[in-house]
Design a binder for this molecule. Structure first.
Ligand code: SAH
Length: 218
């Protein structure tokens, strides 16, 4: 395997991508800075090195995808993160989104149902840099009851329903960002949990995610 390098060229392309995200309406400076600090090309196949800073999703192992940068920025911005927030992410995938959350100083718990992708987390290049990021192999519909409650829940796959167990694992006042729907596109929702256990809903743009599936895949 080649040694990963973050060259001036990569850094330049990344700056341009961040300018593009600004023109698309991303305004949260902390999110933009975190994304500027993380070399996205480290999370993709080296064959894609030249195009890693295009604002597109790309294939990763197990027929999954690394989310489009705009989607990562959009979901992260909606979470309104504060340092030390406990965040549950469903769908570790390439670990890029989880790294953005960790760079923002939150405590990240990320779950992946594909064994092949989970196994790759054991060689995570930023293991020493982000002790605040923990990986789990499991079904995101179940969440992580042992580590609940969470301040924030981020779902990075197309959810067919609002998973009740994930609502249960949110703190009062906590938020869930979830792309909801089973068709070609999903609508982004932000749910805020109320003291009585119910939640309010805010509706945002449409996106296109790989499906959130039940159970684990060995
Ligand atoms: N956050 C990822 C996006 C990966 S795509 C990134 O930054 O790259 C969505 C991921 O969700 C896929 O890896 C898929 O395997 C995973 N996934 C789908 N359903 C899941 C479930 N029920 N539990 C955990 N992960 C799931």
């Amino acid at each position: 395997m080649s040694i990963l390098q973050d060259t001036y060229r990569h850094k330049g392309l990344r700056k341009k991508l961040l300018e593009l995200l600004r023109t698309k309406g991303i305004t949260d400076e902390a999110v933009l800075t975190a994304m500027n600090n993380i070399p996205r090309h480290f999370f993709m196949d080296s064959a894609l090195d030249n195009i890693a800073y295009e604002d597109r999703a790309f294939p990763i192992d197990a027929d999954q995808t690394i989310s489009q940068p705009y989607t990562v920025a959009y979901q992260t911005q909606l979470l309104q993160l504060k340092p030390n927030d406990k965040v549950l992410e469903i769908g570790t995938g390439s670990i890029y989104q989880a790294t953005v959350l960790a760079e923002l100083g939150t405590k990240v718990f990320t779950i992946e149902r594909q064994k092949k992708l989970f196994d790759k987390t054991k060689q995570y290049i930023f293991k020493d840099k982000y002790p605040n990021l923990k990986f789990f192999y499991g079904d995101g519909f179940e969440g992580l009851p042992t580590f609940a409650p969470f301040d924030k829940v981020l779902i990075t796959a197309a959810a067919p329903i609002i998973p009740p167990k994930l609502i249960a694992q949110l703190k009062t006042g906590g938020m869930m960002v979830i792309p909801l729907g089973e068709g070609e596109t999903q609508q982004m929702l932000r749910l805020t949990k109320k003291a009585d256990g119910s939640y309010s809903e805010e509706l945002f743009e449409n996106f296109s995610f790989v499906p959130m599936l039940k159970g684990k895949n060995a």
